[in-house]
Design a protein around this ligand. Structure first.
Ligand code: PLZ
Length: 455
């Protein structure tokens, strides 16, 4: 069989990414440009239709707060590849660590002949995650895989099987994590049956339910007691701020009350911090805003500056309960990914990105509050740090998914990458890289304002 591969001549002259990339929004073609359109046609012929793309624009470089496409357009990045490039794309700490590692060795399999980078990442996560109890860590490849393994640990440790997730929750696309995920379209529809013994409790959603944290927790606990029974529940899994489900920030006191109930009932409390972790919300982990100390914490996305890496960190007695060989995987904690994570952790520290996330929240709140004063369809502004969103409603206060889609589309055509979310598809979320400049961030939000005004 012969193979011919087209030389990437069109992209050969593309700029290097990273912080030195010119920080500006600049459209030199319509969106998508001709080269992106040609690639889109190739995609349609070669890639499964099940893999959608939000924007039909092909990236060649990214860094700071911009993504440059194959036609030379420079877009403002308000998505960070779904909360991944928190340290910025092609951050020099990450690229240097990756280049150094990739030249030494690319893979041995940690469970065959281990290497120090894995251990160093585990030590760092044991130190950085909430709580000063003894901890252990295991590394994986994706957020979904981390969630699967956290459930495995919780079931093994407790000897129980039921798992409780929450309304609007998102935990992944594998079979178990689809079962944990609330929203049918596009994540679950047609892909069942799902894993058994998964239950869904009511979430605290202050904008919609008006309940205090204590009231919402009592409602969820009542459901768990009556419909399942604590003696059958291995774990509760919850995102401290929901991501895909609409950037829902539970009312104050909700998470601590759930944690207290779980601790008192031999139920493992798992915080899914895949989207909220790594300085995104102005703390290293969102659990910290309310002093919540999860038994197990799942992490991915922001951990390694864009390389695929995920982790479960948790109480030593839980993580060590499992027999040797019970957790693992060929690629989990791959040496290039762990090198990238160590580089990214340096970047969080050296650029003081926790403080930067807090600064970005102030800018976002300032711009969004101005917009809301002009436009009553912004029903709610919520989030923390550089994880903020607006919920859009119609004149009667009902979720307006059509408006949300139009606003996002308008932004995309104007060179601003914004993502939507929410069970009802009516939330615009802002997840800028923490390396974005004040000016670009303000400009990006101004374009959202123009999009609202035009629709
Ligand atoms: N838990 C809280 O946010 C991933 C999914 C995008 P993976 N969220 C983005 C999509 O359409 O697939 C996520 C998350 C939370 C788990 C996951 C799953 O992480 O790395 O995508 O498997």
């Amino acid at each position: 069989m012969s193979m011919t591969i087209d030389a990437p001549s069109e992209t050969a002259a593309s700029p290097l990414g990273g912080p030195s990339l010119p920080q500006r929004r600049e459209l030199v073609t319509s969106i998508p440009g001709p080269k992106s359109e040609a690639l889109m046609a190739r995609k349609q012929a070669a890639v499964s239709a099940g893999v959608g793309t939000m924007m039909p624009v092909y990236a060649v470089a990214a860094g700071g707060g911009v993504i440059v496409d194959v036609d030379g357009n420079s877009l403002i990045d308000l998505g960070s590849g779904i909360a991944v490039t928190n340290v910025g794309n092609a951050d020099p700490h990450v690229t240097a660590a990756v280049i150094e590692q990739v030249q030494r060795f690319t893979h041995t399999c940690f469970t065959i002949t281990p290497y120090d980078g894995y251990v160093e990442v585990a030590e760092a996560l044991n130190r950085l995650t909430p709580g000063d109890h003894a901890k252990r860590t295991a590394l994986f490849n994706s957020g979904a895989e981390a969630v699967e393994n956290a459930i495995k640990v919780a079931r093994y440790y407790t000897g129980k099987s039921a798992v409780v997730a929450f309304d609007h929750g998102y935990h992944g696309r594998t079979n178990l994590t689809m079962g944990l995920t609330a929203k049918a379209m596009p994540y679950k529809a047609g892909f069942g049956p799902f894993a058994p013994d998964i239950y869904r409790a009511p979430m605290s959603y202050p904008y919609r339910d008006g309940l205090s944290g204590a009231e919402a927790a009592a409602r969820a606990i009542h459901m768990m007691d009556r419909q399942i029974g604590a003696d059958r529940i291995a774990a509760i899994i919850i995102e401290p701020i929901q991501g895909e489900g609409g950037f829902v920030v539970p009312a104050e006191g909700f998470l601590p009350a759930l944690q207290a109930w779980a601790n008192a009932n031999n139920v493992v409390f798992i915080a899914d911090e895949v989207q909220t972790g790594f300085a995104r919300t102005g703390q290293m982990f969102a659990s910290e805003h309310e002093g919540v100390v999860p038994d197990l914490i799942t992490m991915a996305k922001g951990i390694a500056g864009g390389l695929p890496l995920a982790a479960v960190t948790g109480r030593a007695e839980m993580m060590d309960a499992v027999h040797a060989g019970g957790l693992g995987g060929t690629y989990g904690g791959n040496p290039i990914a762990t090198a990238a994570a160590l580089g990214a952790l340096k970047a969080y520290d050296e650029h003081d990105l926790l403080a930067r996330a807090v600064e970005l929240e102030a800018i976002i709140r300032d711009e969004l509050t101005t917009l809301q004063a002009r436009d009553g369809r912004i029903g709610d502004i919520r989030g923390r740090g550089a994880m903020m969103a607006i919920e859009l409603t119609d004149a009667e206060g009902k979720p307006d998914a059509a408006l949300t889609a139009k606003v996002a589309k308008h932004c995309h055509l104007e060179g601003v990458v914004v993502l939507t979310c929410g069970t009802d598809g009516n939330v615009i979320r802002l997840l800028p890289p923490l390396s974005i400049s004040d000016e670009l961030l303000r400009e990006g939000i101004r374009v959202i304002g123009e999009a609202l005004a035009a629709n």
